[in-house]
Design a protein around this ligand. Structure first.
Ligand SMILES: Cc1cc2nc3c(=O)[nH]c(=O)nc-3n(C[C@H](O)[C@H](O)[C@H](O)COP(=O)(O)OP(=O)(O)OC[C@H]3O[C@@H](n4cnc5c(N)ncnc54)[C@H](O)[C@@H]3O)c2cc1C
Length: 403
């Protein structure tokens, strides 16, 4: 079996793996990404909603072919149909085709010298002297890989994390999601809709994301039966159903959405873990491309520093843990607490909270301070407002007793 040697081996060619790969390759190090699927971006599972501010932070400007639509805000519905509209008259987010987005990112990485091997599944990883040794299963046999640094960007699974000795995202933080792409949808072309209702999506929400030209991604996440729940919602939810009375399903696809806090440790022994594999997502929505991407870009920078300063590189790499946490943890924690609270409310509680948010004028703060990704600031601002405390106290009367 041939032994292939690399400075950095990265497992997974999703956005996290790719964004971690660019900086060390740009600096001349040998970076190899392994992707188990034949084709990058497939099978896709994502709703493709990415904030324009987050993309700006990542320094990414997706080209026309990747963008399906642009949205200016979101309308949030309570179980009884009360709603709040959050929009500032400006372009808040892009809806991207995730397959095209991942391929575009991969091409960017390859242009910077990253090598990407598809149809290459990493089967095992272990420490081997100062290096990491991995085995990959290829179309035509197996390979043995030796790398100075290893990055786990495997997504939600957690198998490689276990092999390296990292903590992994616990099952309780995973929600099952299902989506349909539909045509002939009657909806606004520039507003996302979110439906909170424990009868259809207990603990989370259902969504409608317009793709333009009467098309939309309609989905939900829940602890169980997400596809069955989604079909029932399409049929019976009074508002969602109205948008979809003429609609036809073009295709359906599922996935896992994460809702908890990041894992406790993301660096050890010249190994890093990034993106969904590290549980770095917005707990309020499960969105992980932007925050996981920011973490991964920082990982790329610290991989480069670490390789530059060998044999003392591990100390440089340890700093990555501190830096990404100080940059992201405040927002991640605020969103986690918000999600925990919202997820614990009964339908009466959701009605009370969404109704009060509209009536007590709290939306003004969200419009002024809100950012689709960095929600820590707006949540802190809201918590400093006595009206929010009042709304929270009213809603808390309807907390579920079994969560
Ligand atoms: C229904 C749904 C809707 C979503 N909507 C949004 C959204 O609108 N906006 C948003 O920001 N986020 C959204 N997300 C979350 C988003 O998809 C993830 O946060 C993001 O894809 C994480 O990127 P990643 O690179 O960490 O992992 P992934 O994108 O999952 O990439 C991991 C890659 O690793 C590969 N891999 C795994 N194991 C191995 C192995 N052993 N060997 C080789 N390769 C391997 C996989 O094939 C995969 O390509 C959604 C998720 C779901 C399920």
């Amino acid at each position: 079996m041939p032994i292939l040697k690399h400075d950095v081996a990265i497992i997974g060619a999703g956005p996290a793996g790719i964004l971690a790969s660019i900086e060390p390759a740009r600096s001349g190090f040998d970076v190899q990404v392994f992707e188990e699927h034949e084709s990058i971006g497939k099978p896709d599972h994502c709703a493709g909603l990415l904030s324009t501010s987050g993309l700006r932070t990542l320094g990414l400007q997706p080209p026309k072919e990747v963008i399906q639509n642009q949205v200016i805000g979101a309308k949030i519905f309570s179980p009884s149909g009360k709603s709040i509209l959050i929009e500032r008259g400006q372009r808040e987010a892009l809806v991207v085709n995730r397959v095209a987005f991942d391929r575009w990112l991969a091409q960017k990485a390859m242009n910077n010298g990253v090598k990407i091997q598809t149809s290459s599944k990493i089967m095992s990883v272990r420490k081997y002297g100062d290096d990491w040794m991995a085995y990959s299963k290829e179309k035509n046999g197996e390979n043995q890989i030796l790398a100075r640094k290893i990055v786990n960007a495997e997504g939600v699974r957690g198998q490689i994390s276990r092999m390296i000795g990292f903590p992994y995202v616990p099952r309780k933080n995973k929600m099952l999601a299902y989506q349909f792409e539909m045509k002939n949808v009657d909806t606004h072309e520039d507003l996302v809709e979110m439906y909170y209702d424990n009868r259809i999506a207990p603990g989370f929400f259902a969504w409608l994301i317009p793709l333009g030209e009467g098309k939309a991604r309609v989905g939900l996440a829940a602890r169980d039966y997400s596809k069955t729940r989604l079909k029932a919602a399409i049929k019976h939810h009074p508002i969602l159903g109205k948008h979809l009375h003429r609609a036809q399903i073009e295709r359906g696809f599922g996935g896992v959405v994460l809702v908890g806090l990041p894992i406790r440790r993301t660096v050890r022994d010249d190994a890093l873990v990034v993106g969904d594999a590290a549980g770095v997502v917005k707990a309020t929505t499960g969105g992980g491309v932007i925050f996981g991407g920011i973490m991964s870009k920082l990982a790329g920078t610290y991989l480069k520093y670490s390789l530059d300063s060998a044999p003392d590189g591990q100390k440089k790499l340890e700093k990555f843990e501190h830096v990404w946490r100080s940059f992201l943890m405040k927002d991640l924690y605020a969103m986690y607490v918000a999600q925990k609270f919202i997820g614990s409310l009964t339908n009466k509680g959701l009605d009370s909270l969404i109704g009060d948010a509209a009536e007590l004028g709290l939306i003004g703060t969200v419009k002024q301070e809100g950012d689709m990704d960095r929600q820590g600031r707006v949540i802190t601002k809201l918590l400093g407002n006595p009206k929010t405390i009042l709304a929270g106290l009213k809603a808390i009367r309807y907390i579920k007793l079994n969560v």
